[in-house]
Design a protein around this ligand. Sequence first.
Ligand SMILES: N[C@@H](CCC(=O)N[C@@H](CS)C(=O)NCC(=O)O)C(=O)O
Length: 201
Amino acid sequence: MADEIVFYHNPRSRAQIVHWMLEEAGAPYRIVPIDLEKGESKTPAFLALNPMGKLPTIVHRGVVVTETAAIIAYIADTFPAAGMAPPPGDARRGTYYRWLFFGAGCVEPALLDRMLNRPPVERKSAVGWGSYDDVVATLEKALEPGPWLLGDMFSAADVYVGAEIRWAMMFGAPNLKGRKVFDDYVARLSARPAAQRTAAG
Ligand SMILES: N[C@@H](CCC(=O)N[C@@H](CS)C(=O)NCC(=O)O)C(=O)O
């Protein structure tokens, strides 16, 4: 297909989030499987696309996009009929950006602090994501009104931040599973047909 997105994928990676997003958006795509164990993300051909040698990576209309949050936002804007992002000029766009960037800049490093048992930093004021506990408390507050981060509007920010929360719960990160706000949010996310279609890879 002429306009299809070439999607370099491995289901046991952050690329899974992009797979879900592609399905939510109804975007045309073709999967190129990448075996990370076999070093397929470190070949000269792949490194020419993404010098980080990482997934997810997409190519669309001759342009390479990397970084999960950027890819998610790109798909939302490129396929606006899916209604996955408030359009520019809509006040909700501010809230949308807020949580998308919070996902990449705060949730991701805070989760990795916990999952990798990194020692807490001495001066959390100097660290952009503060602390794991502050990040979780902030998410809980954002999700309390529900059902989504933007209230009634489901958006690409839910795909990204929701996938992070779901992943963290699966790996036993503290203070998520068993808290009603997070349990209910993840149940709503998991019930989405696009999430179910891509759950197996
Ligand atoms: N900042 C990147 C991180 C991507 C990343 O770390 N991907 C992992 C898989 S989840 C990867 O490709 N690892 C293979 C490697 O580094 O060799 C993003 O947000 O997409």
